[in-house]
Write a protein that binds this ligand. Structure first.
Ligand SMILES: Cc1cc2nc3c(=O)[nH]c(=O)nc-3n(C[C@H](O)[C@H](O)[C@H](O)COP(=O)(O)O)c2cc1C
Length: 338
């Protein structure tokens, strides 16, 4: 299946919620939740994409020839590219019934695994939003990262135990979901977390814990103090708060403060391998991509996810050639202009 065919099939299946725009930038879908838009005016999503686009790459091929290595070590394992599928849940509500939670997660987790990377999976108001993706992670030797909502600590710890039983290699918590009042209205309250709360959760497991949804230096320091394996610099793709900064705007200061002490992931508006290069240059270890993975999962299933991941990897490799970078560690601020 060609990439364009994947997009065109996705357009047929999900057009009422996602137009599968040429550039997935949050403009056509602004404010559409349920759906794939950003919250309110949609500005947080749109700004994420705009600010990634504004970063320019400094071309320089006057360097010695050499092998290019796009791989990265995380969780004691090596991955082919520094990119992972972001957690997306409640796909029936947000995309279409053409896939259920199990089928969607299978496409994401297996597709990423086949391509040499990893998929994160989601959580939500219904138990099946966590359990079905977790089942897929279990069926794939634990190669996926279940992402748990900031419920009451007892509930989070119960869900982490389930992830351990399925052999997951790590778990995450989208701490920026604390303001989802809809969940409270449905009887499943989420809340903000103190460093003490986080310590209780993190010390309950031997698995690496990633805190997703950190947008300030202060937040990153607290995650470090709590003992997190890493953070995702993320505003949830603009879905939890209107008028935030773009993630690439806050990333450099966060990276300057905590780089090397904790892993730094980032998401929000990254679409291509060139964008992965930009994230590395700004101090991230690896990138999560959300909506474009939703599109290729619907349009091409496991194969679609695999193809898109290799496409990202190839674009990253080409960008590394064109900037004289042989390893991810070679990519630095000097290779981009803001
Ligand atoms: C439809 C939809 C559902 C999502 N569900 C979750 C979720 O269950 N848990 C979570 O941590 N993030 C969720 N997110 C946020 C993504 O994981 C990610 O942070 C965001 O999509 C990244 O921005 P991008 O789509 O511009 O790449 C969701 C995003 C979308 C669009």
């Amino acid at each position: 299946m060609e990439y364009n065919e994947i997009l065109s099939k996705a357009r047929d299946l999900i057009h009422s919620k996602c137009r599968v725009c040429k550039d997935c930038n949050g403009v056509a879908c602004r404010g559409e939740i349920p759906g794939v838009g950003g919250k309110g005016s949609g500005t947080s999503f749109i700004r994420n994409r705009e600010k990634v686009n504004e970063i320019k790459i400094n071309l320089d091929t006057l360097v010695p020839e050499g092998e290019i290595d796009t791989s990265i070590e995380l969780f004691g394992r090596r991955f082919k590219y520094p990119v992972f599928a972001a957690p997306i849940a409640a796909v029936g509500m947000n995309y279409s019934d053409a896939m259920n939670e199990y089928e969607y997660s299978k496409a994401i987790v297996e597709g990423c695994k086949n391509a040499g990377t990893l998929g994160f999976t989601g959580d939500g108001v219904k138990d099946e939003f966590y359990d079905l993706p977790l089942q897929v992670v279990g069926e794939n030797e634990g190669m996926g990262i279940p992402t748990i909502k900031p419920w009451k600590n007892d509930e989070i710890i119960r869900k982490i135990k389930k992830a351990e039983e399925k052999g997951a290699i790590a778990v995450a918590m989208d701490v920026d979901a604390a303001g989802l009042v809809l969940l409270a209205m449905l009887g499943k309250p989420v809340s903000t977390k103190s460093v003490e709360d986080l310590k209780e959760v993190i010390s309950s497991t031997k698995l690496p814990v990633i805190l997703k949804g950190v947008m300030t230096v202060d937040g990153a320091k607290k995650a470090l103090e709590a003992g997190a394996y890493g953070i995702v610099v993320s505003n949830h793709g603009g879905r939890v708060l209107d008028h935030t900064y773009a993630t690439v705007e806050v990333l450099p200061n966060i990276a300057k403060t905590i780089k090397g002490q904790m892993k730094i992931f980032v998401d929000g508006g990254f679409r291509s391998g060139v964008d992965l290069f930009k994230a590395r240059a700004l101090g991230a270890d690896a990138v999560l991509i959300g909506r474009p993975y939703g599109t290729v999962a619907y349009g091409g299933g496991i194969e679609g996810v695999e193809k898109y991941t290799h496409k990202l990897g190839q674009e990253l490799l080409e960008t590394m050639i064109m900037t004289g970078c042989h390893r991810l560690e070679d990519i630095s601020e000097k290779h981009i202009s803001l």
